[in-house]
Design a protein around this ligand. Sequence first.
Ligand SMILES: Cc1ncc(COP(=O)(O)O)c(C=O)c1O
Length: 400
Amino acid sequence: MHYLDHAATTDLRPEAAEEWLRVAGETGNASSTHAAGQRARRILEESRERIAGVLDAEPIEIVLTSGGTESVNLALQGLWRARDAGRERIVLPDGEHHATLDTVAALAASGAGVRPVPIDPTGRIPVAAFADALSGGDGSRPGAAALATALVANNEVGTLNDAPALSQAAAAAGVPLHLDAVAALGHVPVSFRTWRGAANPGSGLVALSVAGHKIGAPVGTGALVVARSARLAALLHGGAQQRGLRAGTQDVAGAAALAVAAERAEAERAVEAARLASLRDALVAGIRAQVPDAALLGDPDPAGRLPGNAHLLFPGAPSESLLFLLDVAGISASAGSACQAGVAEPSHVVQALGRSEQEARSVIRFSLGRTSSPADVDAVVAVIGDAYRRASGAGTAARS
Ligand SMILES: Cc1ncc(COP(=O)(O)O)c(C=O)c1O
C-alpha cells in the first residue's frame, strides 16, 4: 500500500507505542495521594514538562486533551464564555478546519457575531485584514473582538501563516488569539513563547492546539497550551485537574506517549522536512509531467507551505473518481474535504482561494510523512495519467 494521507493521520511511532503500553501497565491515579498515585503523578508531570519543552511553553500551561477537536473547542468556547462584557464578535479567517468552523457556528447560533477574514489566493491570512477585523466592528457589533482564531498551517493546501505577526496584531488590539497548530507541529517550528512575545496578559496568543496522532502519538492524545494569564472557562466539570480547565482522571500513558512522539518529531524535524520537501517536489513534477493541466494549489513558494503537502487541482476530474482509481491502484490520498453519506463536499478551502465550486470538487491532497519513500512517489506518477484520463472522461471518449 502507498499511504499518502499523513495529514489525516500518520503512523504510530514504535517508541511511542512502547512507552504507551509500558505506562498503561502501571497502577495508580495521578490524583491519588498514596505511593502508586504519586508514581503516576511523577510520570504525568515529567511528560507534561517534556511536551512543554517541545512547544516552548511552561509545563503549567499544558492542558492535556483527547486531540485537536477537543483542544479547539476548549479554546474557542472557553475564551468565549470568559470574554469581557460588551465584546460580542469572533474573528474567523476563511478556510479554517471544521473543528473551528463548527465550533464558531455553534457559538454564533447562541448569539456570537462572526467577522470573517478572506484569505489570499495562496491560502494565507493577510495580516492587515486580520488586524482590521480585530478592532474594526462590523456595524451591529462595534469595538474590539471577543476572540480570534487562525491556523498556523492550512491542513488542506498546506499554506503557512505568519503566526508571530497574527499574535502581535491580536496583542495590539487587546484581543485573545487561539492558534490551531495541529497541521503544523512536527513539520515547521512551533514556539508558544516566541510567538506570544511580550503580549499583555490575556491578549495576543493565549491558546494553541496540537494533536498527538498527527506526529506519531496515539489517537486520543493532544494538548491545548493555555497561557498562565489567559481567561478561559472550563467545558468539563468534575475535578480540579489541570488548573480546573479539564476535569477528569488524567491519561498518564497517553501523556507519556505524546511526550516521546513530540520529542522525536522535533528532533527529526529539520532533516525530515528537507527529505519530505524533496519527495514532494518530485511528486508534483512527476504528476505535472503526466497531467500537464494539473495545477498546484496553495503557495507556489516551497518555503511558504508544509514540506509534505502537495495539493493539486485536476480540472474536470471529480475528486471521488480520482480517489477511487488511486485506491484501486493501492494509493491512499484524500480530497481534503469532509465526506458525508458518501458524497464529497466541495472543499470550502479551495473555494476560499477564489476557485469555483466545480474546481473545489476536482482536487487531491497528497500528504507525505515519516514512512513516505520514493516508491510512493513513483507509484502515483505511474498511474496518475491514466487515472486522470479516466476520471475526466477523456479516456472513455477516446475509446468509444
Ligand atoms: C488543522 C486541524 N485542526 C484540527 C483538527 C482536528 O484534530 P483531531 O482529528 O485530533 O480531532 C485537524 C485534523 O485533521 C486539523 O488538521
